[in-house]
Every structure is written in structure tokens, then in C-alpha cells.
Ligand binder design. Sequence first.
Ligand SMILES: [Mg+2]
Length: 212
Amino acid sequence: MTDYSFVRRHLIDPAPKWRDQRNPLPAVFLDRDGVINQEVHYLSKPEDMALIPGVGAAIARINAASVPVVVVTNQSGVARGFLGEDGLLVLHQRMTDLLAAEGASVQGIYYSPFHPDGQGEYRKESICRKPGPGMILAACEDFAIDRGESVLIGDKLADIGAGRAAGMKAVLVKTGHGAKESQLPGAQTADFIANDLADAIDRLFEMGVIAR
Ligand SMILES: [Mg+2]
């Protein structure tokens, strides 16, 4: 078994129901910036954390289906010195507070603070920086997740690549960087392209990918 203890985690849901290895669940993996919250270049201030319309209701719908929701986010702003991991935690608490106000929750947040152009301990290539699958694989070890039945939703081709590398479906949304990324040739490697997270979730329920 690979050791994924180096992968950084915030606000992991301790409930045992997500960890029943006899009953591995499909999971919905979500990129953060441009999928859950409005894209802000190197977001670092809690007051700049704003949900994209419809996201709370869409995540609440996945919650109601008893399917875990896991956030996987590249945060090279940490490596570049724009914010610290403590500041990132404040942002994540703000995000989960905003989601809770809409009746929604996520079961964990995995982030990569690393970048090859970063500073100090954060300056490195890492398989947990998307398109590497490290954060997803770490979550699959923390929770009982059926990777082949799971899906990743992101606004960049690096998200699609990470989902594919982890052996799951991958959906591109047009929010955030998605308006531009969806025009690139590599966008065709996504299972489909959705307008936003709410549209993606509607279609995944229709397709039976989230089948509960
Ligand atoms: Mg993004």
C-alpha cells in the first residue's frame, strides 16, 4: 500500500459510515476554485470566498443520496507565498460555513500546496498536484470509495487528467477557467461538458452515475 500521509487534508468527516470497506461507495470529487466558489486569482481572503449559484443545492442533493463529496484542490498559492496553510484552513472553514447555510456538506478537503517554482519545503513536483492523482488516491484510502464508480468534476484539463489517472469518470464545467478550457482539444477527453456544477450533477443523476 502506498503511503499517502504526505497529502494535506482539511476538515475530514469522521463519520464511520463513509469507511465501511464491505460497502465501498461511489464518490463525487470536486475541484474547488471555479467549480464550488467563484474563481479569484490566488484566492487568499475569506471575504473573497463566494459560492457559484446553485452549488449548495447541487451538493445537498449528493449528500441526500449518501454519496461522499470530496474536494481536491491545487493551492500553489501556498508554495508561492500568497497564503499559509493556516490561512487556507480559514478559507476552507468559510467555504464549509457557506455550504452549511445552504444545507450542504463536504466529507473532506485535500489540497496540494506544492509547486516546482515554489519556496522552501513547498518547492517540488508532487503526485498530489493535479493532474497527478495523489489527492484522489489518498481520499480513497481514507474513505471506502469505489474509484471505478466515482466521478471528478473540474474546470481545467488538469482536473480531467487527474480523474482519468485515478480511473474515474471526469466532467468539465464551463464556470471558472472552464469557458476557455472547454475550447481546447483536450476537452474532448471529458465524459461530458456541463454548464456548471448544478448542470453536471443533474446529468450524473439522470445517467445513474449517482444512483441513490
Ligand atoms: Mg479550478
